[in-house]
Design a protein. Structure first.
Length: 178
């Protein structure tokens, strides 16, 4: 018969709790917290960064906004400088009776220092395109570090998925409108 001490039981409980709370891929790649969203909806993109580059701290996160994703509003982060780049939209859209022809095409957070052993999130809000359910929207992310870079920009070819790539772009899959 195996007897466990209270300390061993507490440690096992803490391990189980942390496994349940932490996202499964927090230590893997750059990922989006919410993997699905209704077509044409407003979406809170939470980009999770689970590690640095080969042991060095993250100093910048650069996100390229996919075509069709509009009305982007990034969330500032204490200790980081937030910048946006604007450009023309390939397809203008209507909002509150106005035709919108340009907007944010890239969001960059710089100047911070996220240690390799730590985890953090970078957030922006946007309106997703109105496309059929099942459409996958890829959000390329470049993670710059004190030493090196991770380019989470690989978009799967037909017949493949993100697991087939070393640095896959985070993605959200559109669902039917409610």
């Amino acid at each position: 018969m195996i007897r466990l001490t209270r300390a061993a039981l507490a440690a096992a409980g803490l391990l189980a709790l942390s496994a349940a709370i932490l996202p499964a891929d927090a230590s893997a790649h750059a990922t989006l917290e919410t993997k699905q969203a209704p077509s044409g909806s407003y979406y809170k993109a939470v980009i999770r960064i689970g590690h640095g580059c080969d042991g060095s701290a993250t100093t910048a996160i650069r996100v390229r906004i996919p075509e069709g994703v509009v009305s982007v509003k990034p969330m500032p982060k204490t200790g980081w400088t937030l910048n946006t780049t604007e450009g023309p939209y390939a397809t203008p859209y209507e909002s509150h009776g106005k035709t919108i022809t340009k907007g944010v095409t890239e969001v960059t957070w710089t100047g911070g220092a996220l240690p390799d052993a730590w985890y953090d999130e970078f957030v922006f809000q946007a309106k997703l395109p109105e496309k059929p359910a099942g459409t996958v929207i890829y959000v390329p992310v470049v993670q710059e570090c004190e030493k090196g870079v991770n380019r989470w920009i690989e978009i799967p070819e037909p017949g493949k998925d993100a697991h087939d790539y070393k640095e896959p772009a985070p993605s959200v899959t559109l669902t039917a409108k409610p």
